[in-house]
Design a protein around this ligand. Structure first.
Ligand code: UDP
Length: 245
């Protein structure tokens, strides 16, 4: 990583050791100087997936910034004795960049989500961040990848948000980021939240680090995906024990 931040390694993934405020400031600088940047917001599910998929692990290694998205990453860092200051989620980073982008007339490309959701995302961004220029957008259910990339390059965006979920969004960014110098960031299910289709957990749940429980109650189908969490924590504890020996 070409990083101005210290990093903390968890399951061989280097997380940036910084705050939301400093991270967003760094991204603003990168964007203004037209740097090519790749951001991954990684949670335990992603870490465990990467362990079993070397091709995805390789993609993670190409990112400029990997942020701790999810309380499980913060807990993991604590267990390993190398604490990280705070969660840096895709959604929070997206909204911070939209706020700044609105003040500086930044150009966006939005890729991902279902067509109706994306339409609502575009409308909500135009309403809430009127200074932002939506230079292009496409839903996340496409067949012709090459055509999408041509569309992105033609739009000349400052920031490209890819919301097709992991690992699809990271594979896409790793494959095509060299086609255009901009900020490329995977934001998972964030478009559903911006559209109002999915609600972010209220502050109480976020502050008590149980946002995951809120999501589980709202979307029980996520249960199977969350089973990975205890397995992840056991693994990190085992590594911590080994390191102490
Ligand atoms: N999605 C997409 N294309 C696909 C598969 C998924 O655009 O081929 C979208 C989906 O509509 C949803 C998001 O990707 O908006 C995935 O959300 P999820 O909460 O599963 O992602 P996570 O944040 O867990 O990575």
């Amino acid at each position: 990583m070409s990083v101005p931040f210290d990093t903390v390694s968890i399951l061989d993934v280097p997380f940036i050791k910084t705050t939301n405020a400093d991270f967003v400031q760094q991204l603003q600088q990168d964007i203004m100087s037209h740097k090519n940047r790749f951001v991954i917001t990684a949670n335990p599910e992603i870490l465990m997936y990467a362990r079993e998929h070397p091709d995805y692990q390789q993609v993670i290694a190409q990112a400029d910034y990997v942020t701790p998205d999810g309380i499980g990453v913060i807990q993991g860092a604590q267990i390993l004795g190398t604490p990280l200051p705070e969660r840096i989620t895709g959604y929070d980073t997206l909204t911070a960049l939209l706020t700044w982008g609105s003040q500086h007339h930044q150009r966006l490309f939005l890729l991902g989500a279902k067509p109706a959701v994306l339409e609502q995302v575009v409308a909500n961004i135009q309403r809430d961040y009127p200074g932002v220029v939506i230079a292009g957008s496409h839903d996340g259910y496409y067949d012709d990848e090459a055509a999408i990339v041509d569309q992105i390059v033609a739009a000349k965006p400052d920031m490209i948000f890819v919301a097709t979920g992991f690992p699809k969004q990271e594979f896409f960014i790793a494959k095509y980021r060299q086609r255009f110098d901009a900020l490329w960031m995977g934001v998972g299910g964030s478009f559903d939240v911006v559209a109002g289709a999915v609600k972010r957990a209220p502050m109480f749940w976020q502050n008590h680090h149980i946002e995951w429980l809120y999501r589980l109650i709202k979307e029980p189908s996520r249960f199977k995906r969350m089973l990975v969490l205890p397995r992840y924590l056991r693994l990190v504890k085992k590594i911590a024990r080994q390191e102490r020996q």
